[in-house]
Design a protein around this ligand. Structure first.
Ligand SMILES: [Zn+2]
Length: 425
């Protein structure tokens, strides 16, 4: 398994090396971005493309010509879209910096500038620095750091039985990962006791796990459900309250429609999956409430077919996939914000988007908006990103073709521009 992953990563590196040698150009963060006239581009306006000149002034989009223009970048008729986002992955903070670096390079090559890591090894400042994340010339990452589950809950089984043997977290053991990579919260007292430890890791948001909440009592003390249980759903509102008091958003893993219900009523900000193993659809009232509360739901649809039989029985897969499509339509029809996330360490969100396109639930325009606007907004809700608007960060991708006509054009990236600078020579 480990070897297979390494080979995959190696192939990825080979494929992206040429594109990436250009990305190593270092622009110091202290350097003030020049005023750039961006000419001959067709700019995405949220519906279609406008031919116009746009300016990057101090790293922000301006539509009016500034008093001083330092340089001109001829976009040569390219279609200009905001950068892409990946709202659910775990390929940074693996404990193996080479793996993290490869993942970062793949993201940038694929045009993904914003990534949300939904729980992994907490990254310390010096590691962030070595990986050079959250800088003008690299990837912007929001990190959950250690996530919150119950004793024996998900992701404990995954960490102990799969990730550790695969070579993740080489400097850690089962014992040292507990209450660090994940926190076990079984009571309000645990939450009180461990909350300061959770905050000490300086998370960008709080990741929580529900797993068949309607069977919580049954699964809680039963070791046959090791790794297939989650938090007591009644603790979730308390976690939300604490997190919000600390200006932290809450993201919740959900496995079935009951979990979705508990997450929505607890007032979480983000739901990290469509109900992953759901055999029955989300209740219409819960979809409506999610929309009303402005909760964003992350897709993670492509991963479902690859889940091991231990997690998802083969005979249940057709029904789970059918439910997935029903849920996507239900959430779309009720106006719930849907963000793109793969939950797949070998993906960067590109394969997830391809999978969603294949389902035929969304047209290309909708997918493009989900991938740029909605995804950027759920990862960095405080920033003006994900749209090409006056005053927004001057970050974009220049594509060789119109992605609304043919979504394959998202693979044809001519150049990348981030916060007022080219990411390529
Ligand atoms: Zn995940």
């Amino acid at each position: 398994m480990k070897r297979k992953l390494s080979v995959l990563l190696y192939i990825t590196i080979l494929l992206t090396f040429t594109a990436l040698s250009a990305l190593s150009q270092v622009v110091p963060r202290s350097q003030k971005p020049p005023n750039v006239a961006l000419t001959n581009g067709k700019w995405f306006n949220g519906k279609s493309f406008d031919s116009r000149t746009v300016y990057s002034v101090n790293g922000r989009f301006k539509f009016k010509k500034p008093a001083r223009v330092d340089s001109t970048l001829d976009l040569a008729g390219a279609w200009i879209v905001p950068p892409f986002g990946e709202a659910h992955n775990h390929n940074i903070g693996t404990g193996v910096e080479e793996w993290d670096k490869r993942a970062i390079q793949k993201y940038l090559a694929d045009g993904v500038f914003y990534v949300q890591i939904q729980g992994n090894l907490p990254l310390k400042d010096e590691v962030k620095h070595r990986l050079s994340i959250n800088r003008q010339n690299s990837l912007d990452v929001a990190l959950a750091q250690g996530s919150l589950t119950s004793t024996g809950g998900h992701p404990v089984g995954l960490v102990e039985r799969i990730l550790l043997p695969q070579g993740y977290y080489p400097e850690f053991t089962k014992e040292t990962l507990k209450d660090y990579r994940y926190f076990t919260i079984d009571s309000e007292a645990d939450l009180e006791k461990k909350w300061s430890l959770i905050l000490r890791l300086r998370p960008d948001f709080i990741k929580t796990f529900l797993w068949f909440s309607d069977e919580f009592e049954k699964r809680k003390g039963d070791s046959t459900y090791f790794g297939q249980k989650g938090l007591d759903p009644h603790l979730l509102p308390l976690i939300v309250k604490k997190a919000h008091a600390n200006n932290l958003r809450v993201s919740t893993h959900v496995t079935n429609a009951a979990d979705f219900h508990y997450a929505v009523t607890a007032g979480v900000d983000e739901i990290a999956h469509l109900p992953l193993l759901g055999l029955t659809p989300i209740a219409v009232e819960d979809a409506k409430l999610a929309a009303k509360r402005g909760i964003t739901v992350i897709t993670t649809c492509a991963i479902v077919s690859t889940l091991p039989p231990m997690i998802l029985r083969k005979e249940d897969l057709p029904q789970v996939l059918k439910t997935q499509t029903v849920n996507l339509k239900l959430l779309r029809e009720n106006g719930v914000a849907l963000a793109i996330g793969s939950d797949n360490v070998t993906d960067s969100s590109v394969k997830e988007v391809e999978y969603l396109r294949g389902l035929g639930v969304f047209d290309n325009l909708t997918l493009l908006k989900m991938w740029t606007e909605t995804t950027a907004k759920t990862i960095f809700p405080q920033r003006k990103i994900g749209e090409i608007k006056e005053g927004f960060e001057a970050s974009f991708l220049a594509l060789e073709g119109n992605p609304i006509k043919d979504l394959q054009n998202v693979h044809k990236i001519k150049l990348r521009f981030k916060q007022g600078f080219l990411l390529e020579p």
